[in-house]
Design a binder for this molecule. Structure first.
Ligand SMILES: Cc1cc2nc3c(=O)[nH]c(=O)nc-3n(C[C@H](O)[C@H](O)[C@H](O)COP(=O)(O)O)c2cc1C
Length: 375
């Protein structure tokens, strides 16, 4: 099962876990895969705290950090402070949109944020993403950087290489994957439509082999729709050097998911997700709920583009995160999820998930071998 990319990272299994929970990232790395911590919504100081903790827990295993270099941010590259960026984006948000979001939250019984501060784009702001990246350089066990939104800037790619990190990026189309390769990235994550969070329009079974061919010999990680070892075998059979998984880790025992959100994930079927621009202004897959329905419904003031919709919805995200068990907060929760949410029906430990994927992979391999003509 060891692929060239696994060997260059010194990991035992081609299982890459995207997660917002540091405990999950550490457990997956310790189990022989590679845990990759999503830095979205963090400040550099918060990331430092998480990475210090991970350094202390992960032993001699490597881990990764996922960063959003938002190429569409207004004022990008103009050396603005985060407050100036927030102000610039806030000024483009109409009052009708703020009122609509507020009504959805109050109808669901979600209390107001107790402090008077306004939410911020934080690591979604282009400049702060640079600071986030610089923090990763102070943590030598951080061996992998992944760009969530587009090809990272050239100076980031150079700096990552100078510090011995491998750097890759997600892509939902062949064209973007080729741009990643030409920019000098070390691998590409082929992100099929089935996946949770931001996703493109092409399904994994078409996208993975297309991308493997388009960027060869660059390694490709197969993302979108992987929750078991049979799917992992299929991904490797199509030429991928590993699987990049997200939804699989939302319900593991170490995840910081709120109890009622976890319950919704466990009960959801493969038909209960929807592609919606309602949180970020870009297409992303979520559990369908009152929030996603309302923004697409007849009363909606229309969805703003990215990053205005991100900033507009930042208040909803933090309020539901804090008050997720109050009223009907989960009806308006930011619950990213891929279609595999329907295949995940029980709470498992992260280590057990890694072991299960390997066991199922081997069983599927044996099944295929048994189909070969016998001597
Ligand atoms: C709740 C959630 C949040 C996500 N946030 C990010 C993110 O911040 N950055 C990123 O690169 N990918 C993000 N993703 C996408 C994952 O990296 C991954 O591509 C996707 O989950 C793979 O498909 P799967 O969900 O079927 O495993 C997110 C996915 C989920 C489920």
């Amino acid at each position: 099962m060891q692929t060239p990319l696994c060997r260059s990272l010194g990991i035992d299994a081609p299982i890459f876990a995207f997660t917002h929970c540091r405990d999950v990232a550490v457990e997956v790395s310790k189990a022989g895969g590679l845990g990759c911590l999503g830095s979205a919504f963090m400040t550099p100081a918060e990331l430092k705290e998480h990475l210090d903790w991970m350094d202390a827990k992960v032993g001699d295993k490597p881990y990764g950090v996922d960063i959003l270099f938002n190429p569409r941010q207004p004022g990008k590259g103009a050396q603005l402070t985060i407050e100036q960026v927030d102000e610039m984006v806030w000024s483009t948000i109409p009052q009708a949109h703020r009122d609509f979001a507020e009504k959805l939250l109050s109808d669901a019984g979600v209390p107001a944020w107790p402090e008077p501060d306004r939410p911020s784009l934080r690591s979604m702001a282009y400049e702060m993403a640079f600071e986030i990246f610089e923090e990763t350089l102070r943590h030598p066990k951080c061996k992998v950087i992944v760009s969530a939104m587009g090809t990272p800037p050239a100076e980031i790619i150079d700096a990552a290489h100078r510090h011995g990190q491998l750097i890759g990026a997600l892509s939902g189309t062949r064209r973007h994957a080729i741009q990643h390769k030409e920019a000098g990235l070390d691998f590409v994550v082929a992100n099929g439509n089935e996946g949770g969070g931001h996703t493109g329009a092409i399904g994994s079974i078409v996208l993975w082999p297309e991308m493997v061919e388009a960027v060869a010999p660059l390694p490709v990680l197969a993302a979108g729709g992987v929750a078991n070892g049979r799917q992992m075998l299929a991904a490797l059979a199509m030429g991928a050097q590993g699987v990049w998984t997200g939804s699989l880790w939302l319900t593991v025992s170490e995840a910081q998911t709120q109890p009622s959100e976890r319950q919704r994930y466990l009960e959801a079927s493969t038909s209960d997700t929807v592609i919606s621009k309602s949180w970020s202004g870009k297409t992303a897959r979520f559990l369908r709920n009152k929030w996603t329905e309302a923004w697409e419904g007849p009363e909606s003031p229309g969805i703003l583009s990215n990053p205005a919709q991100w900033l507009l919805t930042a208040d909803a995200r933090r309020r539901v995160e804090r008050y997720g068990e109050v009223g009907h907060a989960q009806d308006v929760a930011f619950s990213g999820a891929g279609q595999t949410v329907g295949l995940i029906n029980e709470v498992e430990a992260s280590r057990a998930v890694v072991a299960r994927l390997i066991r199922e992979y081997l069983e599927a391999y044996e099944h295929l071998t048994a189909l070969m003509p016998q001597e």
